[in-house]
Ligand binder design. Structure first.
Ligand code: UDP
Length: 449
């Protein structure tokens, strides 16, 4: 182990301006700060985190110049520009620290953390000879699923023909071709994205916000393939308490609304920070929720229904019918909502953070995955852990699905399984559990630089 003369390495953590990436980075930063590391969060000036919620961390905004980039056709160009524009600023900042240290007797090493979309930080680390560690906020299975796409394409298996969709990908059992990321995009767009996503730098380690128990076979496969250590430290939100990491303001009034509902009676609906809906789909959701006759808490993010600022798409009659039965908010304190006793089901797009948050509270899930790793995560929920089922977005189907999860015996059985998994998650996140041990190992690993 390196001799630091008592000084711990300084950690520079570079997170993407996406909610699902920023949250685990800030959670990890908070944990590492509690272990006496000095932390700088380098972030693009687009979607900056609220530094006032994290007074112990130092924030370094990097000019990204991306606010005018059209993302309606995907986010590849946005991230290409962000990486290109932020890179010189980070490089210069680190070089300045390195040069200052040359003259100082009290040297401290620097370790860079980044996610798979802020890969410029990995290149800067390689150029300056600094160690880098990648934090992956997705499920572990997303990694081999992305890496295998070029091979599948070469062998004529990607994008999959209709006849293949239901088949299991032999290299990724139990995941099917239809669960793979990016199957619905034009192949040239997928390759543009893959060129960006597949790691070209040489990280010293990988961290996943997952749990050994949940993804053991895939983690074994990943460890066999890579020399670098793999740390599994999830669910971070159960190990470290942070103040809000949300870009949007959390509407906490929904907690007092939940306080007035019966135990396990409410369906909570949230499709994350990025998914967009057509008006027709949003209307089907609204009708299904109302017709189910169960209390609901529905997050409709401003701008998430195409062509509308917020909920103007709802006809007046429907708004009247909703009164008393449901609550619509712009953004919820999701972790507290899921932990609330009144919540009996979670209708989710199955982003990895939401999946881990649902699993951590033993809540059965209705799965409406869109793309990226969400279809893989939904497969875990519906067929591996068996704590959720897929939802067809049509009003009568929705009505039936909500009753299935909240009222029927099937929902109760799913809840039992979800609670058994919740117990495993608790063990992993407790002292001596796999994730806590992995965090300790990570600290020792950082100290070796
Ligand atoms: N979230 C929240 N309030 C909401 C909706 C979502 O705090 O009303 C949080 C949620 O708890 C999760 C994150 O936003 O931590 C969404 O991340 P996820 O990986 O599930 O999906 P993404 O937004 O990346 O598609």
């Amino acid at each position: 182990m390196a001799d630091h003369g008592g000084r711990r390495p300084r950690l520079v953590m570079v997170a993407s301006p996406l909610q699902g990436h920023m949250t685990p980075m800030l959670q990890l930063a908070t944990y590492l700060h509690s272990q006496n590391f000095s932390i700088t969060i380098a972030h693009s000036d687009f979607n900056p985190p609220d530094s006032s919620n994290h007074p112990d961390l130092i924030f370094l905004p990097l000019p990204a110049n991306v606010s005018n980039i059209d993302t309606s056709d995907g986010m590849t160009k946005f991230f290409q520009a962000l990486n290109h524009n932020c890179k010189p600023h980070l490089h210069n900042h680190l070089l300045q620290i390195i040069n200052e240290q040359k003259e100082s007797l009290n040297k401290e090493s620097i370790v860079i953390f980044h996610d798979n979309l802020t890969f410029f930080a990995g290149s800067v680390a390689d150029e300056l000879g600094l160690p880098s560690i990648v934090l992956r906020g997705s499920s572990a299975v997303f990694f081999p699923a992305v890496n295998i796409i070029p091979q599948l394409h070469q062998e004529g298996r990607f994008p999959p023909q209709d006849s293949l969709l239901q088949e299991v990908v032999p290299e990724l059992n139990p995941f099917r071709y239809k669960d793979l990321p990016f199957t619905r995009r034009p192949i040239h767009k997928t390759f543009e994205l893959l060129t960006m996503l597949i790691t070209k730098t040489s990280p010293s380690a990988f961290i996943w916000n997952t749990i050994e128990y949940l993804e053991q076979p895939i983690l074994t496969q990943i460890r066999q393939q890579y020399q670098a250590p793999v740390f599994t430290i999830g669910p971070l939100h159960k190990i470290v308490a942070t103040r809000s990491t949300s870009f949007l303001e959390e509407d906490t009034s929904c907690i007092s609304w939940l306080d007035k509902r019966a135990s396990k009676s409410v369906i909570y609906v949230s499709l994350g920070s990025l998914a967009k809906l057509d008006e027709k789909v949003a209307i089907e959701m609204a009708c299904g929720l109302v017709n189910s006759d169960q209390p609901f808490l529905w997050v409709v993010r401003p701008g998430s229904v195409r062509g509308f600022e917020w909920i103007e798409f709802l006809p007046e009659g429907l708004v009247d019918e909703m009164k008393g039965r449901g609550l619509i908010v712009k953004w919820a304190p999701q972790k507290s909502v899921l932990a609330h006793n009144a919540v009996g089901g979670f209708w989710s797009h199955c982003g990895w953070n939401s999946t881990m948050e649902g699993v951590s509270e033993g809540v059965p899930m209705l799965c409406q995955p869109f793309d990226v790793d969400q279809l893989l995560n939904a497969r875990y929920l519906t067929d591996v852990w068996k704590t959720g089922f897929g939802i067809v977005v049509e009003r009568r189907e929705i009505e039936g699905a909500i009753k299935r999860v909240l009222v029927d015996k099937e929902g109760e059985e799913m809840r039992q399984r979800a609670m058994e998994i919740q117990e495993k998650v608790k063990v992993a996140a407790s002292v001596g559990g796999s994730s806590c041990n992995s965090l300790k190992d990570l600290v020792a690993f950082i100290l070796s630089f």
